[in-house]
Design a protein around this ligand. Structure first.
Ligand code: BYC
Length: 329
């Protein structure tokens, strides 16, 4: 209840327009003061909807991201790399759990979220719809995709919704280890044999275009940015995040004498702004709408996991039989 107003069982606001305007004013003032919004606080229905969309997509991206990397655990070149990759994949799945839990505070169940992922209703990051063909792909994912994720997440951890911010903060600690392992693998290949450098260059050429897409469409094409930034769900525009990524990481790639497949990539030293070839946004929208090189394969794996893991979930949720034997008794 909020005065005479309340939220009904379908999450609809019931009250006068005046009540709602007043609540909205208080809500926006809290955000402007930098306060965190918590699950039991009043929030506009659209804030809730946008947060569920974004956190859910983020959670899906974490568990989908574990798939291309997971296939390389058995093929990692050394025991040390294998151990690091196992730990990373485990972390990514853990991030998925944290984020599903954060989204659940807004009223959508995990089961519904997983169903929406495997039915194709929910999106997940474009970047995980491409194949990881060689070990160099794993180095590029660990270095550049994790770097991109950190840029996005460090910013949004300062946002307005408490449970999402706290999850992001914890995720960022782990992501910084992932970035170190990715960079280490990247440098090992970049300073290795001509064949290793060639393999790395090939991976960079393939991953660069989806990496440019990773931060979302150009600000002209972005539909949610303006509202999300007003509500401090998103703390920077897609283009601001992309510029920050390019500025921090392109010099690190070039200093290893590797190249990027964009002849127009150049920094304006006066303004600090990078120019680059406009990414192919048709390709981006095709991929995020389910028609990328690996969409069907990724969804099929998640569907398999959902179906074949059902008995485990059911067993965990069921009450233990009265006659159960106590282990080690
Ligand atoms: N991929 O209005 P816009 C990881 C969609 S995992 C797919 O700009 P918004 C890792 C967008 O949803 C971390 N779809 O959107 C894991 C919208 O479509 P709908 C991944 C995208 O939300 C394992 C439409 O395009 N990070 O790092 O304002 C191993 C218009 O876009 C993408 C996150 O998930 C995309 N890249 O801004 C290694 C961060 N971009 O929903 C690493 C959380 C846009 O209207 N998400 N779309 O149908 C965000 O920060 C924001 O959602 C975005 C997009 C910046 C990505």
């Amino acid at each position: 209840m909020y005065g005479s107003a309340y939220i009904d069982k379908d999450e609809k606001f019931v009250g006068t327009a005046e009540d709602e305007a007043q609540l909205l004013e208080v809500f926006e003032a809290r955000i402007a003061r930098g306060e965190k919004i918590e699950p039991d606080d009043w929030m506009p229905a659209d804030y809730r909807k946008q947060l569920i969309r974004m956190i859910e997509q983020h959670a899906h991206s974490e568990i989908m991201g574990a798939l291309p990397e997971g296939t390389w655990i058995t093929r990692a070149p050394t025991l040390r790399r294998k151990l690091a990759l196992i730990a990373k994949v485990q972390d990514e799945v853990g991030h998925g759990h944290l984020l599903y839990a954060a989204a659940e505070t807004l009223g959508k169940s995990r089961e519904t979220m997983i169903n929406d992922l495997i039915s194709g209703k929910s999106k997940y990051s474009n970047i995980f719809n491409y194949p990881a063909k060689t070990w160099a792909d794993i180095a590029v994912i660990g270095f550049l995709v994790d770097a991109g994720a950190i840029i996005n997440q460090l910013l949004n951890a300062k946002g307005s919704y408490g449970p999402y911010c706290r999850a992001l903060e914890r995720i960022c600690y782990e992501e910084s280890f992932h970035l170190k392992q990715g960079y280490d693998a990247f440098v090992a290949l970049a300073t290795g044999t001509p064949m290793q450098r060639e393999m790395l260059q090939d991976a960079l050429n393939r991953w660069w275009p989806p990496m440019m897409h990773f931060f979302g469409p150009s600000d002209k094409l972005s539909v949610h940015t303006e509202r999300l930034m007003r509500w401090k769900v998103k703390m920077a525009s897609n283009e601001e995040m992309r510029q920050e990524f390019i500025d921090q990481y392109v010099p690190k790639i070039w200093e290893l004498d590797m190249t990027l497949p964009d002849p127009n990539l150049k920094k304006n030293e006066e303004t600090g702004v990078w120019s680059y070839t406009e990414p192919d946004w048709d390709e981006f929208f095709k991929v995020i709408n389910g028609d990328g090189p690996c969409n069907a394969e990724r969804i099929a794996v998640r569907k398999y996991a959902e179906q074949h893991g059902r008995w485990v979930r059911e067993a965990l949720m069921s009450k233990a039989p009265a006659t159960a034997v106590t282990p080690f008794a």
